[in-house]
Design a protein around this ligand. Sequence first.
Ligand code: ATP
Ligand code: MG
Length: 256
Amino acid sequence: MAKIFCIANQKGGVGKTTTAVNLAAGLAKLGQRVLLVDLDPQGNATMGSGINKSDLDVSVYQVLLGMGDLRSAVHNSETGHYDVLPSNRDLAGAEVEMVELDQRELRLKQALASVFDHYDFVLIDCPPALSMLTLNGLCAAHGVIIPMQCEYYALEGLSDLVNTIKIVHAKMNPDLKVIGLLRVMFDPRMMLSQQVSSQLEKHFGDKVFKTIIPRNVRLAEAPSYGIPGVIFDSAAKGAQAYTAFGKELLDRIAVL
Ligand code: ATP
Ligand code: MG
């Protein structure tokens, strides 16, 4: 039975997609069967996995609206060796179109039920908003992985996200928990990064993953080739950090 994790943070550009794609590829390298769900109309996780978002007959959009079957929408990432439920800008309309539907926050959960046994992990790359799409992700998941940049404003948004997770846990999905906070795009030369990082450890203790993802240009270059960073240049510091993160996650959920 799959463990389902959302990669969420309503702040834009904090490394959600980079984390989702590289964790998917990292876990696949460790022999895990992974489905990556792209829940963002930007389709960055789709493209970063080597799948052309402009060339989709069925995407996550049709699946959420009940107009397409999940299995017919799933593509294989040949570069990352995991499966992808892809997305493109069609999904931008879904928020509004779903207003009419019953149990609209449970659409993804219901769709994923049919593939539960096919995967060890389902990773959901959320859009940068606490929207109906993100709510679908949170209602479908067992846990949330929160990528964070160690900068001054990072902590501000965190309380909104943690509150949303608490509400979803209380009212809609009792399985949901915060799996951990992942420090990403870390620059050890910046005093502020060090300070925010130790503040996070102080406030959130064990909820902060030990692995720290450094700022690394090879991770930023990889998406333009449609190859996950951990495969594109596996020796680069960023790739090694994401591989280590995959291992840490496996250890962490073994004791959950
Ligand atoms: P959005 O909110 O728009 O979905 P996001 O949170 O998914 O953004 P990413 O797209 O993963 O964030 O990252 C934002 C930018 O930072 C991208 O250009 C990405 O390549 C780059 N980036 C992410 N992580 C790193 C890193 N560790 N080192 C260098 N660049 C990075
Ligand atoms: Mg993204």
